[in-house]
Write a protein that binds this ligand. Structure first.
Ligand code: AMP
Ligand code: MG
Length: 267
């Protein structure tokens, strides 16, 4: 049994067709730690080259319902990467200043510079997710945003950024368990807010909004990956592999050295 990570652009995504508990037959929790470690090590080495090359950037976009594991994923996959060459940008409720600009203003400023890996913990997709579900702007405004997002991601891709978009797909039951664990575990309680329960009550509306984002913004240049995330280890394995493969494809090179260095002795 297999489950695709991506679907061809233009295909309508139905999340019910994707099992959040999916794992490959040959993957077992006990055996994957070494694989995740190897992926992270390879990523760290390639990130060093990307930084030295200073011509291109990678942007990892993490989206998912509350407790889907955005924080845990980035903690795992960025292990070992030089902090100077990566930035994590969490997108929270927009500030007044941000609201006084177009929805992509704060996002464009946060795009990684050449040589860097950027991680968006939530992203411009919130502007067609929470904004749509709560009707924070009228429908005629959020409706046009799918195209705007595609054009924006097209601009980045043509310029110098390779975008890796991951939807961390969890089930409603798994979310229940994780929210309960936050309540029951003293050092996790700070992560819980009562508002999380209100959002949980809107689960179906969010799934619909995600289906549209995953369908309408699934382009050749910046495809969506639907990452089964009920098992944390499978999620980490999948995202760490994606990041590694992306960097391997880019194959960043050290820049040429100055000429005439041979034979120089530093005294
Ligand atoms: P957390 O990721 O748990 O720290 O929560 C951040 C919160 O900010 C989430 O509830 C998001 O839905 C919310 N948020 C992020 N971007 C936006 C946006 N553009 N408009 C409204 N709320 C947002
Ligand atoms: Mg939260």
């Amino acid at each position: 049994m297999s489950q695709p990570l991506t679907v061809p652009p233009g295909t309508k995504v139905r999340l019910a067709d994707f099992d959040p508990r999916f794992k490959n037959n040959d993957d077992e929790k006990s055996q994957v730690d070494d694989q995740i470690e190897a992926n992270c090590q390879a990523t760290a080495d390639l990130a060093y080259r990307l930084y030295a090359e200073n011509r291109r950037a990678v942007l990892l976009v993490l989206q998912g319902m509350d407790t889907a594991g955005k924080d845990g994923t980035l903690r795992t996959v960025m292990r070992g990467v030089n902090p100077q060459s990566c930035q994590v940008v969490p997108f929270k409720q927009p500030s007044i200043e941000e609201l006084e600009h177009d929805f992509l203003w704060r996002v464009h400023r946060a795009v990684p510079r050449k040589g860097n890996i950027g991680i968006f913990n939530r992203s411009h997709y919130e502007d067609v997710l929470v904004v749509r579900v709560h009707g924070l702007v009228p429908e005629n405004q959020w409706r046009t945003r799918y195209e705007r997002i595609n054009a924006f991601e097209g601009l980045l891709t043509e310029s110098y950024v390779t975008i890796v978009k991951c939807f961390l797909h969890i089930s409603k039951e798994e979310q229940r368990e994780r929210l309960q664990a936050r309540l029951d575990t003293p050092h996790k309680r700070w992560k819980f807010s009562k508002g999380d329960l209100d959002e949980r009550n809107l689960w179906e509306k969010y799934q619909e909004a995600y289906e549209d984002a995953l369908t309408l913004c699934n382009t050749e240049q910046a495809p969506w990956h639907i990452v089964p995330s009920d098992r944390k280890w499978f999620r980490n394995l999948t995202v760490s592999r994606l990041l590694r493969q992306t960097l391997e494809r880019l194959d960043p090179q050290f820049p040429p050295c100055e000429e005439g260095l041979d034979g120089i002795v530093v005294v």
